[in-house]
Design a protein around this ligand. Structure first.
Ligand SMILES: NC(=O)c1ccc[n+]([C@@H]2O[C@H](COP(=O)([O-])OP(=O)(O)OC[C@H]3O[C@@H](n4cnc5c(N)ncnc54)[C@H](O)[C@@H]3O)[C@@H](O)[C@H]2O)c1
Length: 362
């Protein structure tokens, strides 16, 4: 097998009641297995039980992966070609930088990049310096409804793009996906400015990182197209993403009532009512297939020396919008990009007592 793969952070095989972990690592393992080009050689986890369960499910019984409790020791002794980092966000930057320093050829890290803008930039820089291909699991770039939305937009069915809208629980953990999707729909066009406000009225942590309870973020791309992401209570816009054009709109995952959602619908030029095209799949939330496709793409990119679809450069642009939104709230004003800060304004404001003084969520 050409590539020796290691996983850091094995998670749980089953998301048992009360457990917070999703076990994203298991989805990564399926992608490497599907490539037919990878051998799982090592696992690193502070939980021996998680690593053993993972090895039993994904390892080759004839050549079981070596188990390490210390990922640094694993990197030094095993020298893997590809490493998947599936731990929580506060560990993503130090682990990625350690992989880069150990000469790993490709790192595939879970989203979100890191809890601060400085860490996100440093982990990307470390990989540029070492020649390590770095990717982030923004797997919706491979999922059918999102790809169909981009294809329909580019076929011109809603005229020229005017505005992108989205809603989710928070800007950091989930918002990273929607900011990334906006970049995807809009061909990675750079953003000029961000104007946002955030609220943090009750303790709200996701994967150990505090996230706002509610936010509004408005931003403009270089070509004048506007983007808007709303989070928290009362942020519903009737769908997950909306692409508004000069002659119609596309809705990704629209709500149809009684808890039902469709993959996508559109009302384009000459349509009197919504049209529900067959988008080639209804993958609404189960990320398995997208995760595997992301891994097949990163292996192909490594072989051909091209930019992977899930590149760090693209992830950085989505991440910049998260921290620029927080920074706009701190400055009480518009933030012009590039973002020239190192911290997370949300974490800094929490530490300084400027936000999060308590309140209620209606
Ligand atoms: N792409 C997506 O759609 C998606 C979905 C869910 C979660 N995620 C992301 O995946 C990441 C992991 O979340 P999860 O729920 O899969 O995690 P998890 O809790 O299931 O697993 C994390 C594993 O990391 C191990 N670990 C902790 N500290 C470690 C250390 N120092 N060294 C080695 N191992 C260590 C834990 O023991 C555990 O086995 C998060 O960043 C989360 O945001 C992404």
């Amino acid at each position: 097998m050409p590539y020796r793969v290691a996983i850091i952070g094995c998670g749980r095989p089953i998301r048992t009641e009360g457990a917070t972990g999703f076990g994203q690592s298991h989805l990564h393992a399926r992608g490497y297995a599907a490539s037919g080009k990878c051998e799982l050689v090592a696992l690193a986890d502070i939980s021996q039980a998680n690593a053993e369960a993972f090895a039993a499910e994904h390892g080759d019984p004839a050549h079981p992966p070596a188990i390490y409790l210390d990922y640094q020791q694993m990197l030094a002794e095993v020298k893997p070609d590809i490493v998947s980092i599936c731990t929580w966000p506060h560990l993503h930057a130090p682990m990625t930088i350690a992989c880069a320093e150990a000469g790993v050829r490709a790192v595939h890290c879970e989203k979100p990049m890191a809890p601060t803008w400085g860490e996100a930039r440093r982990m990307a820089d470390a990989c540029v310096q070492s020649g390590t291909q770095l990717t982030f699991n923004h797997q919706r770039r491979f999922e059918a409804p999102f790809r169909a939305a981009k294809r329909l937009l580019h076929e011109g069915v809603i005229g020229s793009l005017q505005r992108l809208e989205g809603t989710c629980s928070n800007l950091f953990d989930w918002g990273t996906h929607w900011f990334d999707m906006f970049e995807f729909y809009h061909d990675e066009t750079p953003v000029r400015w961000v104007l946002a406000q955030i609220d943090y009225r009750v303790e709200n942590k996701v994967f150990g990182v505090p996230v706002e309870t509610q936010a509004v973020s408005l931003f403009q791309y270089e070509d004048g197209v506007l983007g808007q992401l709303l989070t928290g209570p009362d942020s519903s816009i009737g769908c997950a993403n909306r692409l508004l054009g000069s002659e119609g709109s596309i809705e990704v995952q629209p709500r149809l009532g009684e808890g039902r959602r469709a993959p996508l619908r559109l009302r384009g030029k000459g349509d009197d009512d919504w049209v529900y095209p067959d988008v080639g799949g209804d993958r609404l939330s189960g990320p398995t297939e997208g995760v595997s496709q992301g891994i097949l793409d990163l292996i192909d990119a490594l072989e051909h020396g091209r930019e992977p679809e899930l590149s760090a450069a693209r992830a950085l642009r989505a991440t910049e919008l998260i921290f620029a939104s927080y920074e706009s709230s701190r400055r009480r004003g518009r933030v012009d990009l590039p973002l020239m800060i190192d911290d997370s304004p949300l974490l800094a404001m929490l530490e300084g007592g400027e936000i999060g003084r308590g309140g209620r969520v209606d």
